[in-house]
Design a protein around this ligand. Structure first.
Ligand code: COA
Length: 324
């Protein structure tokens, strides 16, 4: 039997840099109440959003990904030629081909990059980070840029108050590279395909969701996934400095944090609440929340962060990372 040479593996992986991008246009709850039957008090109380950003005509999944990706590469102190692979997690490109990753790589100047899109909806970034980490770990990639970028306003019915008040547009990115020790834990991922109908697309290509069912699922099933990710990394809830769940609804975020605190997470654990001023940006929400928390001085290099994404599929994924 012929034996083939395998790529030279590395002892661990880590996030080397982070970046994010948001469109300029700020949309308040009062703005939305002018076009649909809703109001600021209801949205703040039920979802926790104060304002969000909507893409302008020039903003696309690719343009926002390029901006976030360029910032992450600069933050890592690298240049495009130091990367060889680009993953763009998204579920909102207008057309499945050409993929976003090849365009993003070209626009960033990452020549001949391996590039592919990954669709696990709002869990996409954590899926992408898991794949990126494994690519680097195995030696298949030197350094990988993983981006979550979404223009949800392209698939939201602006008159549907159960979705139009929640979703928004943005991108978040991370550069993954080798490390002497593991600083990205194994991914805990899965799907609940039996619940596939809970979030989907209408015939008119608008996103729909069974809000209450999704809420119940997220507030009961996601904390155990986060605990599994901790276990896979050999840590306990008390080790977590910052919790960064997908920013779906502030009440879901708070419910996950409460469950983790019951399992031993500290009261002073920082809990990402980026949804308040960014809305639900699907696969962009986790890297962008990390980037914003760091900019606000709420997380620091070396902090243990627990990430957990969830969304249509229903899909979910989580892992522990040490903050860059
Ligand atoms: N503004 C004002 N009132 C609204 C409203 C809005 N945008 N949406 C619903 N309402 C009203 C309803 O008409 C209903 O009124 P009634 O009691 O007089 O009949 C009441 O508020 C409750 O409606 P309900 O649909 O039960 O609201 P809810 O509390 O479940 O909140 C969601 C709706 C969508 C915000 C909530 O279910 C949710 O966030 N679910 C999770 C969705 C999610 O996370 N999706 C992304 C996954 S990645």
């Amino acid at each position: 039997m012929t034996t083939l040479r395998r790529a030279a593996s590395v002892p661990g992986t880590r996030i080397l840099g982070l970046g994010s991008a948001q469109p300029e246009q700020v949309v308040t709850n009062d703005d939305l109440s002018k076009t649909m039957d809703t109001n600021d008090t209801w949205i703040r109380e039920r979802v926790g959003i104060v304002e969000r950003r909507f893409a302008g005509e020039k903003d696309t999944v690719v343009s926002m990904a390029v901006e976030a990706g360029a910032k992450a590469i600069a933050d890592a102190g690298l240049s495009p030629s130091d990367l060889d692979t680009v993953i763009v997690a998204n579920c909102t490109t207008k057309s499945p081909i050409p993929n976003a990753a090849a365009q993003v790589a070209e626009l960033l100047g990452i020549k001949a990059a391996g590039g592919f899109d990954l669709n696990a909806a709002c869990a996409g970034f954590c899926y992408g980070l898991g794949v990126a980490s494994d690519l680097v770990l195995s030696g298949s990639s030197k350094r990988t840029l993983v981006i979550g970028s979404e223009k949800l306003t392209d698939i939201v019915d602006p008159t549907d108050r159960s979705t139009a008040i929640i979703f928004a547009d943005a991108a978040g990115a991370a550069v993954v590279g080798p490390s002497d020790e593991p600083r990205i834990g194994p991914v805990a991922w899965g799907t609940a395909g039996d619940l596939v109908e809970m979030i989907g697309m209408t015939e008119r290509q608008h996103i729909y969701q069974e809000g209450q069912s999704v809420f119940r699922w997220a507030t009961t099933k996601i904390a155990p996934i986060a605990l599994k990710a901790l276990d896979l990394a050999g840590l306990t809830p008390a080790d977590v400095d910052v919790l960064v769940p997908h920013q779906a609804n502030l009440r879901i975020v708070e419910a996950i944090a409460k469950k983790l605190r019951k399992e031993g997470a500290r009261e002073d654990m920082v809990v990402a609440d980026d949804i308040v001023y960014s809305g639900n940006t699907s696969s962009a929400s986790i890297p962008m929340a990390m980037d914003h928390l760091r900019a606000a001085g709420k997380i620091h290099s070396g902090d243990v962060a627990l990430l957990v994404g969830f969304g249509a599929g229903l899909s979910y994924a989580g892992q522990v990372v040490v903050c860059p």
